[in-house]
Ligand binder design. Structure first.
Ligand code: NAD
Ligand code: ZN
Length: 253
C-alpha cells in the first residue's frame, strides 16, 4: 500500500487493476464536492423544493412558470460548479481505456466538463444544462431562456413549431430515454467491474443496473457516505468520501 493510501482505496485499486472493462454508475453524491447539493441529504435541493412531475408540468402554463422559477434557483449552483477529484479520476480511467462508460443519473454535465467524451456518458435522467422542444426536439441554450424569464417570467415556446420547451431532463412521470436505457443495460451486462458512486440507489429503473451487472458476473463496488439497500450484494463497500477514495485508488489529485 502506498503511504497515505487508505485500505479502502487500496482494495479498490486492486479491483481496478484486475478488471478489463469497468463501468461507473454515478448519482448526485459525486457532485456534492463540486457544490451541487444532492437529493436526499439534509439541506439537499429537494428538501427545499419538491420536483414538479411531468403531468403537472404539462397541465398548465402556470405550472411551467413555477418549474422555470425553480430551475432559476437550482441553476445558480450548476453554473458555479466545476468537476472535482472524483470526476477527474473517472476521466482518467476513461482516457486510459479501462472504463468503457459512465452511466449517470446526474443532469449537471460535469462528466463531460471533466473531459470525458460525450459518447462515453450515458445520461439516464437527461441533461439540465440545456433545453429541448418536447414536440420537435429542437435544442435551446439556457442563457437566453433565463434572461427572458428573469425579465418578465416569459415561459419559453419553440420558435420552430410552437411546442413546449422544457429543460432536457427526465422528470418524474416522464418516459425514460430508450436509447440511453438500452446502452446502460448493454454496458452493465458486458462489464467485469461496476462501481456505484454517490447514489442512494432508490430511484428505479436506474437503480436496477448494479444488480444486473452483479447477476451477469461483474464485481460490484459501492462508494457512498451512507448505507444502500444493495450493500449486501457488493464485493466492496466504502462508506466514505468519493473524491478521496477514488482519487487515491486511481492516483489522481
Ligand atoms: P441521492 O441524493 O438520492 O443520493 C446521493 C447519495 O450520495 C446519498 O446517499 C449521499 O449519502 C451520498 N453522498 C453525497 N455526497 C457524497 C460524497 N461526497 N461522497 C460519498 N457519498 C456521498 O442521489 P441519486 O441516487 O443520484 O438520485 C437523485 C436523483 O436526483 C437523480 O436521479 C438525479 O437525476 C437527480 N439529481 C441530480 C443532481 C446532479 O445532477 N448533480 C443533483 C441532485 C439530484
Ligand atoms: Zn418544436
Amino acid at each position: 500500500m502506498k503511504p497515505g493510501t487508505s485500505s479502502a482505496s487500496a482494495a479498490l485499486a486492486a479491483l481496478i487493476a484486475r478488471s478489463q472493462r469497468i463501468v461507473a454508475f454515478t448519482g448526485a453524491g459525486i457532485s456534492t464536492e463540486s457544490g451541487i447539493p444532492d437529493f436526499r441529504s439534509p439541506g439537499g435541493i429537494w428538501s427545499r423544493m419538491q420536483p414538479i412531475d411531468f403531468r403537472d408540468f404539462m397541465s398548465s402554463i402556470e405550472m411551467r412558470r413555477e418549474a422555470w422559477r425553480r430551475k432559476a434557483v437550482i441553476d445558480q449552483d450548476f453554473q458555479q460548479a466545476a468537476p472535482n477529484r472524483g470526476h477527474r479520476a473517472l476521466a482518467a480511467l476513461v482516457s486510459h481505456g479501462a472504463m468503457s462508460a459512465i452511466i449517470t443519473q446526474n443532469i449537471d454535465g460535469l462528466h463531460q466538463a471533466s473531459g470525458v467524451p460525450a459518447d462515453k456518458v450515458i445520461e439516464l435522467h437527461g441533461n439540465g444544462t440545456y433545453a429541448t422542444c418536447l414536440d420537435c426536439g429542437q435544442r435551446y441554450e439556457l442563457a437566453p431562456i433565463m434572461v427572458a424569464f428573469e425579465r418578465d417570467e416569459t415561459v419559453p415556446e419553440c420558435d420552430a413549431c410552437g411546442g413546449i420547451v422544457k429543460s432536457a431532463t427526465v422528470s418524474f412521470g416522464q418516459a425514460m430515454p430508450q436509447a440511453a436505457m438500452a446502452r446502460a443495460q448493454a454496458e452493465s451486462t458486458a462489464c467485469d467491474l461496476f462501481i456505484v458512486l454517490g447514489s442512494s440507489l432508490v430511484v428505479y429503473p436506474a437503480a436496477g443496473f448494479p444488480a444486473l451487472a452483479k447477476r451477469r458476473g461483474a464485481k460490484l463496488v459501492i462508494i457512498n457516505r451512507e448505507e444502500t439497500d444493495q450493500d449486501g450484494s457488493a464485493d466492496l463497500v466504502v462508506h466514505g468520501e468519493i473524491g478521496a477514495t477514488l482519487g487515491e485508488a486511481v492516483g489522481v489529485a
